[in-house]
Every structure is written in structure tokens, then in C-alpha cells.
Design a protein. Structure first.
Length: 148
């Protein structure tokens, strides 16, 4: 399980004195524990739920880095991106634009979508099937362009 993997990697980061990795993984573990102890989770954290947490943390880190860059704080943005890269090691590889377009075209044909009005049907299937492989914003933008 991912929870145990993160825990053992924290120990490895401590032994290697890798401060960036240690900080990123401790932050991940904190969010894992919060998700594990949330009401309705039955004190369990599935790998699927863990992937959602990792994807959310990576997205938040990228967004934070963008804010830092807009405020001319490249030093802070770089530190944030170092942590994001550590988190992304545990996520599946993100789809390239052409791969995403092909997958979404297949989903559009599958659900029989023809106009922008059918976007909801496509998004429902696409977000479940492509979870962790592509960001929701990228999926949404691609679906809009394909349905026009």
C-alpha cells in the first residue's frame, strides 16, 4: 500500500539527510492520516484515495509555485516545485495531449456525445476513467474543444 511506502520512504529520507524529500513526504503522510481518520473512512486508506490526495497536493504545490512566481519569488517557487516533483514520483505518469485527445475521443464515441450539451456525460466518464492520469482542467478544456 502507498501509505506504508511513504512511511518507509520517510525513514530512507531521514537516513539520507534529504531535507526536501523528508519535508514533502511528511506533509503527504499528514494528509494521508487525516484522510484515514476522516468520518466514514473506517480507519482505512485505499490506494485510490491515496492517489487522489497525492494528485491534490501536487496540484496545490504547482498553484502555489505559480503564485510565488507572479510575486517575483523564484526562490520560493523552486522550493515548492522540488516538493511537487517528489510527490509526482508516486503518481502515474500524466497523459500527453495526443494521448488525452485519443482517450477522450474514444469516450465521446462511447457515450454518443455530439454537441457541447453532452459535455456532462463525457466529463462524468472521463474524470473517473482518467483519474490521476490527467488534471480535471485539462480534461475539461480538451472535451470542450472536441465537442465544438
Amino acid at each position: 500500500m502507498l501509505f506504508e511506502q511513504i512511511s518507509s520512504d520517510i525513514v530512507a529520507a531521514m537516513k539520507a539527510k534529504d531535507k526536501v524529500r523528508l519535508l514533502a513526504l511528511r506533509n503527504v503522510k499528514k494528509y494521508f492520516i487525516e484522510a484515514k481518520t476522516a468520518p466514514g473512512s473506517n480507519d482505512e486508506l485505499t490506494d485510490e484515495a491515496a492517489m487522489k490526495v497525492l494528485a491534490k497536493l501536487a496540484k496545490q504545490g504547482r498553484d502555489t509555485a505559480q503564485i510565488y512566481l507572479s510575486q517575483n519569488r523564484a526562490d520560493l517557487a523552486e522550493e515548492e516545485m522540488k516538493q511537487v516533483r517528489v510527490i509526482e514520483e508516486y503518481l502515474p505518469k500524466q497523459m500527453e495531449d495526443d494521448e488525452l485527445r485519443a482517450a477522450l475521443s474514444e469516450i465521446i464515441a462511447e457515450v454518443g456525445a455530439t454537441t457541447a450539451r453532452d459535455m456532462g456525460k463525457v466529463m462524468g466518464v472521463a474524470t473517473k476513467r482518467l483519474a490521476g492520469k490527467a488534471e480535471g482542467r485539462a480534461i475539461s478544456e480538451m472535451v470542450k474543444s472536441l465537442l465544438q
